[in-house]
Write a protein that binds this ligand. Structure first.
Ligand code: ZN
Length: 684
């Protein structure tokens, strides 16, 4: 492992933070915290922390000793000074004298001693930062250190590698007892550079930011060097079916199985968002003959458990063309997983007098031999975090097995962390938004009504896939709303299939499809070129059919219902003069949405549409508005608001109509008009 310390960068950090009123201690603390946080082999998603002991002034201007320690919820890679809240050092240090300290009292004392009452909670590992005398303390869950110590003889290996340079401590759960043990052990060996916590991670200490950082790099490098010696090749591959089903077809099956029916009869599910990961390292891991042993031993470092559960689910390799058999086997294995998880909960909860409330028994990682792995969570963000931790697991377990046998902490220790209120608090559970856990695909999402609809679904918590023929436009909208994008020409069945498969790999499937892409052609029907009419039918009818068929394909694989939404048009019921080429396929589209409602209602798939009129978009350009209002001798506003309510219809009004139809769980075969009132276009 290379040190990334740079004198020039350190100096720049001091200058940058001096301009914001921070001293060199804080500037360098931020600088090396970021260096550590930026390396996934050291720190992942909140798994680590740093501190500096410095001086601050209180409200009276008196100088006091403080500990600035990483606050809960901050990512080390992007830390800023507010992410290192200051607590008064002396009262925290004095806690060492206590015999016992409850978690509640520990959190309370830490919060009481914050200099800023609005600061985030200091890390759950704050106490040992305070108890150790060094100015700078760094803590990581370095892959190499956990691979070295997650072994039956992990302690002996650690002693061999760190003889004299580090104190070696057995695993103790974070909190008061561990902090006390660390301080006591350190006092007996005051010359050490670091402390190794077996099966958890490593601390390095120093009098300067650079010293603590360079020691971390040097100590982790020692572990890496030991892991590189006497390696054997792992893993021996298991026999796989000759032909495997593609992951895009496996994803919706797993997503459907993992959805918890809250009220299945009413189509209410607690869904998961999935993320697919595969790489040579992942395939080597999931294809191993002994996968059921090394993948089920536990998490590589205990705090991963809150995001990955104690163990992943293993499903069989999905044979191509036999997905029904795969689904049945995966269902049985998921049920067995849930039974095992509940039994683990019951077994361990007795130690707490039955006081811990059960967490859901759904896995967060699914290992699929032959394909890779799926990570799951309540959002795409959560799934991505679980996916990163899964890749870390693959690296650590592979390294551990290459020199010995992977053996992390046992289930009792994992349970203590998984059900520790201070760990659960990191997940920050709030109320979920109405469409959270649902995946919405919007075609023609790169502009106009489509872009507004994509934004509206994202606001309601849905994971959004923006599809558009114009890939750059789709990408720009997705970047704005934090969604996914793919190129998609809805008139090309292959292009639609590829786009939906990409969505299945990115999120696991689809729950809502807004079939919005369209364009207007004109021509007097008695004269119009047949080619024009056919082109319009390709886009304004067959395009919708391509999208709906692919959506239904994924929805049926999930088995949790779904929602089709079509951008119809008032033209479907109220033809405009010379607008036959546009209105005819739109009239057929109105029929199509009803056909879907009829044919797929029994599968819980709803089909609804929106009839909008006179919205300023790509179909009705500023130029057209200008010339038409001029032709009628009215202002642009009066032209646009030429309806019963005298209100101009905006793209966002149409977007809101799509959202309300997505939420209308008992509505299918319906069309909602968004036209400011147009009695000629009213449905009968
Ligand atoms: Zn830790």
């Amino acid at each position: 492992m290379q040190s990334r310390w740079s004198d020039a960068d350190a100096k720049a950090a001091i200058e940058t933070y001096a301009a914001q009123g921070h001293g060199a201690d804080m500037a360098l603390r931020v600088y090396t915290t970021r260096l550590l946080g930026g390396d996934p082999a050291l720190v992942l998603h909140g798994g680590g922390n740093t501190s500096v002991k410095t001086a601050a002034r209180d409200i009276f201007g008196d100088e006091i000793d403080v500990l600035c320690v990483k606050g809960s919820g901050w990512d080390m890679a992007k830390i800023e000074p507010p992410g290192l809240p200051a607590v008064r050092l002396e009262p925290i240090k004095r806690l060492y004298q206590l015999e016992k300290l409850s978690d509640e009292d520990m959190v309370n004392v830490q919060r009481l001693n914050l200099l800023d009452s609005a600061a985030p909670n200091p890390s759950v590992e704050t106490l040992f930062h305070a108890f150790l005398p060094h100015k700078f303390v760094d803590h990581t869950h370095a892959n190499a250190v956990v691979a070295l110590t997650d072994q039956p003889d992990g302690e002996a290996l650690a002693r061999e590698v760190y003889d004299g340079r580090c104190v070696i401590l057995p695993y103790i759960m974070p909190g008061f007892a561990l902090a006390k043990a660390m301080k006591t052990a350190f006092d007996q060996h005051p010359k050490v550079e670091g402390i190794v916590l077996l099966k958890h991670g490593i601390f390095s200490m120093g009098e300067s930011a650079r010293e603590a950082y360079e020691r971390m790099i040097a100590l982790v490098t020692l572990a890496e060097q030991r892991l590189a010696r006497n390696r054997r090749n792992v893993f021996v591959p298991a026999k796989l079916p000759a032909a495997l089903a593609p992951p895009a077809e496996v994803a919706p099956i797993l997503r459907g199985l993992a959805a918890e029916p809250l009220d299945a009869r009413d189509g209410v599910f607690r869904r998961m968002v999935l993320a697919f990961r595969s790489s040579p390292a992942i395939l080597n891991f999931v294809n191993g003959e002994e996968l059921a042993r090394y993948s089920q031993a536990g998490t590589v470092t205990p705090d991963h458990v809150i995001r990955t559960k104690p163990k992943p689910l293993i499903v069989p390799a999905p044979e191509g063309g036999r997905l029904d058999a795969f689904k049945a086997a995966a269902k049985a294995m998921l049920e067995a997983y849930a039974r095992d998880y509940r039994a683990y909960y019951e077994r361990n909860n007795t130690r707490f007098g039955g006081k811990k409330k059960p967490l859901d028994p759904i896995p967060r990682l699914v290992l699929v031999p032959g394909l890779g792995l799926f990570a799951m969570g309540a959002s795409a963000k959560d799934a991505a975090v679980a996916g990163d931790l899964a890749e870390c697991m693959v690296d650590v377990v592979t390294a551990a097995e290459a020199i010995g046998r992977f053996q992390p902490v046992g289930e009792a220790d994992l349970f203590d962390v998984e059900y520790w209120s201070l760990e659960q608090a990191k997940l920050g559970k709030g109320t979920e938004k109405p469409l959270q856990r649902q995946v919405a695909v919007i075609t023609g999402g790169g502009s106009g009504i489509g872009a507004a609809t994509a934004a509206a679904f994202a606001r309601e918590g849905a994971e959004v896939a923006v599809l558009d023929r114009d890939e750059a436009a789709a990408k720009a909208v997705a970047a704005r709303i934090g969604g996914f994008s793919a190129a998609c020409d809805v008139t090309d069945a292959g292009s639609v299939r590829r786009a939906f498969d990409a969505v299945a790999l990115r999120f696991g499937g689809v729950d809502i499809a807004v079939s919005n892409a369209g364009a207007a052609w004109q021509g007097r029907i008695g004269d119009v070129d047949e080619k024009v009419l056919r082109r319009s039918f390709e886009l304004n009818f067959f395009g919708h059919q391509n999208v709906a068929q692919n959506a239904v394909r994924l929805m049926r694989a999930q088995g949790t219902g779904g929602c089709l939404l079509f951008n119809v048009s008032k033209q479907a019921v109220n033809p405009g003069k010379d607008f036959g080429p546009y209105g005819l396929p739109k009239a057929a589209l109105l029929f199509l949405l009803r056909q879907y409602a009829l044919d797929h209602g029994a599968e819980g798939i709803r089909s609804n549409g929106v009839n909008a009129d006179r919205v300023r978009t790509g179909l009705l350009t500023d130029e057209m508005v200008k010339s038409r209002s001029a032709a009628r001798g009215v202002s642009e506003h009066d032209y646009m608001a030429g309806n019963l309510l005298k209100r101009e219809v905006k793209a966002d009004d149409v977007a809101q109509a799509f959202v309300s139809l997505a939420l209308a769980n008992k509505t299918t075969g319906a069309v909602l008009t968004v036209d400011g009132g147009n009695i000629e276009a009213a449905l009968r």
